[in-house]
Design a protein around this ligand. Structure first.
Ligand code: FAD
Length: 424
């Protein structure tokens, strides 16, 4: 099976709705490029406010990372909050902290409001493989409680983490009651259905290839169809093609991560309780049990644009290192996808001019942060808050290496992986 076009999630959908391609010129207030979480989240927010919105997806809803990810929804940012504090004025620190927590709340509220059945479960473990990880997690707990969050429980040793995860490889961890996991494709299709119900026009197999130079953004599809809009939102992240502008491109590097789904596990008590787990290694493992008790196990991230032909053997090795009793379990499917990362791991929000918005670089944390991005973009368009402005004022560094930036990044990351291997 072609892993570029697949994830197990797509096969789980009973009758995924198909949307037609754009075959005639169209006008709308908001043109959104990309049918992933960012695109549909922005679409819902703006359609709820009464604007006319169109979403254009070059393949199908969920073709990008939103249809391939691990399904973990985690509170907070994709980096230490201290890094965000260094990058924005002190008067916005509380707003920024609250926004990281709000991201999961937006996801939960939408699931409730639009009755999206996507197997949402709360409960999350950050697992330490050695002492350095444990002190990092201790610092995280301090930082979170200093900011007023009390939902973390420190698990100081192997015995305490074993209440949640049944492996003796961990030396402790943190349990977060406010993060969890869901079925990403069911969630995404639920968002698409909600957007459609609000009047959003969604088009699949419609690739936007260019923007005509004009006062108002006029876009052109690969079939030479014109789209006239007042505002454009670029939501292609690591999958963006055709409309990649320099200020966005230089700040983003793709990393490929792989996921596999095992056969259903009969005796789940030997693996874990109903929570998602991410360990603290640089090349982290992340996993959870899904609605069929299949272990959805992700990891094997590579800092390059190359998709592995078959990630299952490597993922199986990592899984059986943690859970030797699963050595005979079969794999239903493995697949890969591109994660858009920034050098600081802070998401990159901005505008190319007064009418063109973008949000990218969630650095592996996008299931929740995309909901926040969509909301903040809508707030900026509707002029209700200045949050988008604050986040887009963060200076993002350009990846060193130009066209060689992924090899340079891979080299840099090898050092951190080496440190993890040495357990220092
Ligand atoms: C393997 C993997 C595991 C992950 N696991 C997690 C996880 O457990 N938790 C977490 O929080 N995050 C995770 N992430 C990250 C998360 O999935 C992403 O941050 C998030 O899905 C990004 O959503 P998006 O809508 O911005 O982009 P995408 O979902 O990538 O959507 C972009 C869409 O734009 C379309 N597009 C691009 N160019 C054009 C064009 N010119 N015209 C029309 N359409 C276009 C693409 O086809 C694509 O469908 C993971 C990512 C991967 C790849």
């Amino acid at each position: 099976m072609n892993i570029l076009y697949n994830s197990i999630y797509k096969h789980d959908l009973k009758k995924p709705e198909k949307f037609k391609l754009l075959d005639q010129d169209i006008e709308c207030e908001i043109a959104i490029i990309g049918g992933g979480f960012t695109g549909l989240s922005s679409a819902i927010e703006l359609a709820e406010a009464g604007l006319s919105v169109c979403v254009f997806e070059k393949e199908y809803i969920g073709f990008g990372a939103s249809g391939r990810n691990g399904g973990h929804i985690s509170q907070g940012w994709s980096t230490d909050f201290s890094k965000i504090k260094k990058n924005i004025d002190e008067k916005f620190h509380k707003m920024a902290w609250d926004a990281g927590i709000e991201a999961v709340d937006i996801v939960k509220a939408r699931i409730k409001k639009y009755k999206i059945n996507c197997d949402l479960k709360m409960g999350y473990i950050y697992a330490a493989l050695h002492k350095r990880h444990l002190s990092e997690l201790y610092a995280m707990k301090d930082e979170w409680s200093n900011n007023g969050y009390q939902g973390l429980k420190f698990l100081q040793d192997t015995a305490s983490i074993n209440d949640y995860v049944k492996t003796d490889r961990y030396v402790g961890g943190i349990f977060d009651e406010g993060s969890g996991h869901l079925h990403p494709m069911k969630y995404l299709h639920g968002l698409a259905k909600a957007a459609k119900g609000l009047g959003v026009k969604i088009f699949e197999n419609t690739k936007i290839i260019k923007k005509e130079d004009d006062k108002l953004p006029i876009l052109l599809t690969d079939k030479n169809i014109k789209i006239k809009a007042t505002k454009v939102i670029l939501c292609g992240n690591a999958y963006l093609e055709g409309l990649v502008f320099k200020p966005m491109k230089d700040k983003l590097a793709p990393a490929v991560s792989s996921v596999m789904a095992t056969e259903p596990i009969n005796n789940i008590d030997i693996v874990l309780k109903d929570c998602a787990v991410a360990d603290c290694n640089t090349a982290l493992n992340y996993y959870r049990l899904d609605y069929k008790n299949r272990l959805i196990f992700g990891g094997a991230s590579i800092y390059s644009n190359i998709t592995p032909k078959d990630a299952a053997p490597m993922l199986l090795r990592k899984m059986t290192y943690l859970f030797p009793s699963l050595k005979n379990i079969g794999v239903e499917m493995s697949w890969s996808g591109k994660i858009g990362i920034t050098l600081s791991r802070i998401p990159h929000f901005g505008k190319l001019d007064s009418n063109i918005y973008f949000a990218q670089g969630y650095s592996g944390h996008g299931v929740a942060l995309t909901a926040l991005a969509g909301k903040m973009i809508a707030e900026d368009i509707l002029k209700t808050t200045n949050r988008f402005k604050v986040f887009s004022s963060i200076k993002h560094m350009t990846f060193p290496g130009g066209i060689f930036r992924t090899p340079v990044l891979a080299l840099g990351m090898s050092w951190y992986k080496f440190k993890d291997w040495l357990q220092i």
